[in-house]
Write a protein that binds this ligand. Structure first.
Ligand code: EPS
Length: 345
């Protein structure tokens, strides 16, 4: 239903996206998109590039007089640092980055061509598209948010900051984990009828596609493998006011690949940033001689930003599944279809 394509290099002219499939009649606030872009750029441990860029979106199509018109929405974020053609060649791949596999795959003698597109900077435009999806979901009182869980094994804010300072001092980097929660998702999004329709599979794929993410859990996740069934599955209750409901949410709001009406909980784990100021051992791709990995300007920790990116990614999948269930042309028609369904439950 919804399709998203992005383009752009980290130090190219701009980042671009086309979001197709948004229904007509949705009021769009550019200020909200810019706010989301700012959230992505913030967080303790971000690198110097974040002081150079002040990401703002330009909406080039698909919106007229402040509302979507059903046609593809084109988005653009200009790069202030657009020095791509002036930047030096990169010959020493960074362990953990796309550098080596990318250079071999595309037959490059300059890793610059890999890292420019593999850079997590691309996620800025995904956040812009995700903000549009959040705007759509809000029409149905579905709200997607995220919170930081751990940085470098620490879970309190002061210890996390301390750990980041320590990493900065050691010229090292850190990963961590975060949780995305979607409140207000109706029962019935996604399906068990085909593997690619399963909502949990779709959410896991989109969150895993964020650079640096190495694991994704839904609800209780990995821990459920250690418990008895009776300690895992959420018992079912019914009351006239609430309808069907649960007292626990170990399933993370999804059973059999379908949303079950409880909050959707997605947890993700990010590895440390792979651009190290104190570089690891590597090999020059031309001479094949040992060397240290290239030093690139980078963040020390970007887990908070990854949470914001994941919010947008989750909002995209939920919007897609929502449009599948309730139609996709105009917001007013979708609202009627949604209300009819809710009344029928
Ligand atoms: C990023 C911009 C990049 C990096 C970072 C994310 O800017 P620059 O390379 O000019 O410093 O800071 O990229 C990576 C983490 C990566 O893996 O390449 C951004 O806008 O988020």
């Amino acid at each position: 239903m919804l399709r998203l394509l992005s383009a752009g290099e980290s130090h190219g002219a701009a980042l671009l996206a086309i979001l197709e499939g948004m229904p007509a009649g949705l009021k769009v606030d550019k200020g909200f998109i810019d706010q989301e872009l700012k959230r992505r750029q913030s967080g303790y441990g971000r690198g110097p590039r974040m002081k150079i860029e002040q990401d703002r979106v330009d909406i080039l199509s698909g919106i007229a007089r402040g509302k979507t018109i059903g046609s593809p929405i084109a988005l653009k974020i200009d790069n202030r640092d657009s020095s791509i053609d002036k930047l030096p060649k990169v010959l020493a791949p960074r362990p953990g980055h796309a550098d080596l596999a990318g250079a071999l795959k595309y037959d490059f003698n300059d890793i610059r061509f890999v890292l420019e597109r593999a850079s997590a900077r691309e996620t800025a435009i995904r956040v812009a598209a995700g903000a549009l999806c959040k705007t759509f979901l809000k029409e149905f009182r579905i709200v997607v948010s995220s919170r930081l869980l751990m940085v470098g094994g620490e879970s309190t804010e002061s210890r996390m900051k301390q750990k980041i300072d320590e990493a900065r001092q050691k010229q090292d980097t850190l990963g961590g984990s975060f949780e995305v929660v979607a409140q207000g998702v109706p029962v019935g999004l996604g399906s068990y009828v085909q593997s690619d329709k399963r909502l949990d599979a779709r959410l896991a794929a989109v969150v895993m596609s964020i650079p640096g993410i190495k694991a994704v859990e839904i609800g209780l996740g990995a821990e459920s493998a250690n418990r008895m069934g009776s300690e895992v599955h959420d018992e079912i209750f019914y009351s006239k006011s609430k309808g069907f409901y649960r007292k626990t949410n170990n399933a993370g709001g999804i059973e059999g690949g379908i949303s079950n009406g409880e909050p959707i909980v997605v947890r993700a784990y990010m590895k440390p940033i792979s651009s190290l100021a104190q570089p690891l051992d590597s090999v020059n791709i031309i001479t094949r001689k040992p060397t240290k990995a290239a030093i690139q300007r980078a963040d020390i920790c970007a887990v908070l930003a990854a949470g914001v990116i994941a919010e947008g990614a989750v909002a995209f999948v939920l919007s897609d599944a929502f449009l599948e269930k309730f139609g996709s042309d105009s917001l007013s028609q979708i609202k009627r279809s949604f209300q009819g369904y809710i009344n029928s439950l």
